[in-house]
Design a protein around this ligand. Sequence first.
Ligand code: GAR
Length: 208
Amino acid sequence: MKVAVLISGRGSNLQALIDAQIKTGAEIVLVISSVEGAQGLERAAKAGIPTIVINHKDFDGRQPFDAAMTDAIEAGGADFVCLAGFMRILSDDFIAHWRNRLINIHPSLLPAYKGLNVQQRVLDAGEAQAGCTVHFVRPEMDTGPIIAQAKVPVMADDDAGSLAERILEQEHVIYPEALRLIAEGRVRIENERVLIDGAATDAPDNFA
Ligand code: GAR
């Protein structure tokens, strides 16, 4: 499987996917950043992966921006797309074009805590646990069939930063695992639910 990874910043999830390429069987052939100078671009370059910056400010609206990304992804030879801290909202056309070939990682136990500033909202709500989710992308933000989740505890002395770090550690585990399952052809979507090896994925950390 040949994968394009879309980033906007630090790229620690990108790094996890780069480091796991042999294990996942998903070769990263292109990294696109929506932000010039993003740290993830350096990580890709270090790994010898081609990079492109596609800045929405250079385009007249979301549609041409997304069309430029699809062109770049296809020209780069990728047939699957991973969002890894990509902070732009994608057009319905882009999402339809890449339907079931487009996944995202989000730092909450979806469907809870969609959107931004998740860790602070989890703390403000007094939650005892937090976590992360890998899911197929659908037009409504942070929705779509869930492939993998991991839970972490919320500690009494947590701030948003310490909680984010604990969640991120798990992101780096479940994102490569989810991609491996897909690359191995073990993931199917039925009635908008993910089946792994034919079984539903209700349980978090449901890896073979
Ligand atoms: C990660 O925590 C990821 O889950 C989150 O941004 C961070 C990116 O970190 N993504 C979202 O919030 C998307 N809605 P990274 O650049 O180090 O991978």
